[in-house]
Design a protein around this ligand. Structure first.
Ligand code: ARG
Length: 457
C-alpha cells in the first residue's frame, strides 16, 4: 500500500509485530459499512463517478458475504482489517477499487469502525444488565418476607429484608446502565472524514457519512477525531464499575452460600463439585466472576497507561486499544449471561437466617430509638443501651430475656414495652423511612421496578 516510497521489503518480524488483523478482523462489518457510506458520499459529491461507487459498493457487499460464509482468508501481511478489505476489493473489481480510499485515512477509518462496534456492544450490554436486574427483582419477589442480618464491617448490624438487599444491587446496576447510556452519546459521534489528521482538500461531506452511519453528530476537530480514545477509556471505566458491582454481589452470594451463613442455596446447575471431597458444592460461578473483575480493571489501567502522554495526533500506540476493550466486553457479557439464571434460581433458607436475626443485639438500635421516642437524647440513649449490651455480655444474659428490673438498673427510662422490641420482624416492619427496609417500602420498590422494566419495551 505504501510501496511507492519504499525500495525494500518489510522485515518479516516487523510485519508480524505491526499487524493487527488478529484483533481487528472482527471489525469487518463496521469497516465495510463505513466504506459503503464513504463511497456513496464520494459519488454524491462528484469526487468519484457514480458507476464506480456502485461497483465499489457491490464489491464490498460481496466481500462481506464471503467473510460471513467463511470463505475469506485474512492475510496478516496486509496488516489490518482495512487493508485486507481494500486489497480484496481491488482483487474483486479491479482498478476502480483504488478510488475508495479517497479523502480518507486508516486513522479516521479505525476510529469509525470502533465507534460503530462499541455502539452495538453498549446496546447489547444494556440488555444483559436489564436481564440481570429483572432476575434480581423476580427472586426478591419469590421471597418477599425473607429476613436476614444486614452487615456493616461484616458484623451483624440490623435485620433487613433479603429483597431489600437484592434491590440494592438493582439500583447499582441501574446506574451502570445509565453510565453505559451516557457513554454511548459520546461514542456515537463520527470521526469519518477527518483524514489522517487535518481533513481533506476534496469536498468531503462529513455530515452525510455521519447521517448514513447513524451517528448523532460529527466530531468537530479532525485532530481530536483521530487522536483520542477517550470513548474506549470511558467504556472501560463504566465496565470496571459494573465489574466492581458484580464482584460485590458475587462475594455476598459466596458468603451467603457458605456453611457459616447458610442463608442462600444455589441451584446445583450453577455450582461445581470437588474432584477429591465428595461433599463439596462450590459457588464457582460467583468466584470466577469475582476473579474476572481483575481483567476488566486491568484493561482500564492498561489503556490509561497507553494513552498517557501521547502527543497528538495518531500514534501507532493507539493500535493497542483493541485487545483490552475486547477482553473487557467479552468478560462482561459472559458474566452477565451466566449470572442471570444463577440469580433467578437461587433460594433463600429462612431457618438459618431467622436464627441469625433473632440475636437480640441486632435490635439494640431499636431500643435506642424507642428511648428517643420517650424523650431521651439519642447520645444518652446510645450510651445507655451500650451499657446494657456490656451488662448482658458480662453476665451472659440474653437481652430479650432480661426482666424489667434488670433493664431499669441500667436504663432507668425503660418500660414494659421496651422488652418487646427484640423481634426481627417487628424491627424490619418499623423501618418505614423512605428507602428503608420495611416490607411496605420494599414492595412499593419492587412494584416500581417491575413497572419500569415492563415499560422498557
Ligand atoms: N491498524 C491501525 C490501528 O488499529 C489502523 C490505523 C493505522 N494507521 C497508520 N497510519 N498506520 O490503529
Amino acid at each position: 500500500m505504501w510501496g511507492g516510497r519504499f525500495s525494500g521489503e518489510t522485515d518479516k518480524q516487523v510485519a508480524d509485530f505491526t499487524q493487527s488483523i488478529d484483533v481487528d478482523a472482527h471489525l469487518y462489518k463496521y469497516d465495510i459499512a463505513g466504506s459503503i457510506a464513504h463511497a456513496e458520499m464520494l459519488a454524491a459529491q462528484q469526487i468519484i463517478p457514480e458507476k464506480d461507487a456502485e461497483q465499489i459498493i457491490s464489491g464490498l457487499k460481496a466481500i462481506q458475504n464471503r467473510i460471513e460464509a467463511g470463505e475469506f482468508q485474512f492475510d496478516p501481511e496486509l496488516e489490518d482489517v482495512h487493508m485486507n478489505i481494500e486489497s480484496a476489493l481491488t482483487d474483486e473489481i479491479g482498478e476502480v477499487g483504488a478510488r475508495l480510499h479517497t479523502g480518507r485515512s486508516r486513522n479516521d477509518q479505525i476510529a469509525t469502525d470502533e465507534r460503530l462496534w462499541l455502539r452495538e456492544e453498549i446496546d447489547e450490554l444494556m440488555r444483559l444488565v436489564v436481564n440481570l436486574q429483572r432476575a434480581l427483582v423476580e427472586t426478591a419477589q419469590r421471597f418477599p418476607e425473607a429476613i436476614l442480618p444486614g452487615f456493616t464491617h461484616l458484623q451483624h448490624a440490623q435485620p433487613v429484608l433479603w429483597a431489600h438487599h437484592l434491590l440494592a444491587y438493582v439500583e447499582m446496576f441501574e446506574r451502570d446502565r445509565e453510565r453505559l447510556a451516557d457513554c454511548r452519546k459520546r461514542v456515537n459521534r463520527s470521526p469519518l472524514g477527518a483524514g489522517a489528521l487535518a481533513g481533506a482538500t476534496l469536498p468531503i461531506d462529513r455530515e452525510a457519512t455521519a447521517g448514513k452511519l447513524g451517528f448523532d453528530s460529527v466530531l468537530q476537530n479532525s485532530m481530536d477525531a483521530v487522536a483520542d480514545r477517550d470513548y474506549i477509556l470511558e467504556l472501560l471505566g463504566a465496565l470496571s464499575i459494573l465489574a466492581v458491582h458484580w464482584s460485590r454481589i458475587s462475594e455476598d452470594i459466596i458468603l451467603w452460600a457458605s456453611q457459616e451463613f447458610a442463608f442462600v442455596a444455589l441451584d446445583d446447575a450453577f455450582c461445581t463439585g470437588s474432584s477429591l471431597m465428595p461433599q463439596k458444592k462450590n459457588p464457582d460461578v460467583a468466584e470466577i466472576a469475582r476473579g474476572k473483575t481483575g481483567a476488566v480493571i486491568g484493561a482500564l489501567n492498561g489503556m490509561l497507561m497507553t494513552m498517557k502522554g501521547l502527543p497528538l495526533t495518531y500514534n501507532r500506540d493507539l493500535q493497542e486499544d483493541k485487545q483490552g476493550i475486547l477482553t473487557a466486553l467479552e468478560t462482561a457479557k459472559s458474566v452477565l449471561g451466566v449470572f442471570t439464571p444463577m440469580v433467578a434460581t437461587m433460594t433463600f433458607r429462612q431457618e438459618p437466617a431467622l436464627k441469625a436475626v433473632s440475636d437480640p443485639f441486632l435490635m439494640a438500635t431499636d431500643l435506642a430509638e424507642w428511648l428517643v421516642r420517650q424523650g431521651v437524647p439519642f447520645r444518652t440513649a446510645h450510651h445507655r443501651v451500650g451499657g446494657l449490651v456490656k451488662y448482658c455480655e458480662r453476665n451472659d444474659r440474653a437481652m430479650n430475656a432480661l426482666t424489667l428490673d434488670e433493664m431499669q438498673s441500667i436504663i432507668p427510662e425503660a418500660e414494659e414495652e421496651a422488652l418487646s422490641l427484640f423481634d426481627a420482624k417487628k424491627s424490619v416492619n418499623a423501618r418505614t423511612v423512605l428507602g428503608g427496609t420495611a416490607p411496605s417500602c420494599v414492595s412499593k420498590q419492587l412494584g416500581a421496578w417491575q413497572q419500569y422494566f415492563a415499560e422498557l419495551q
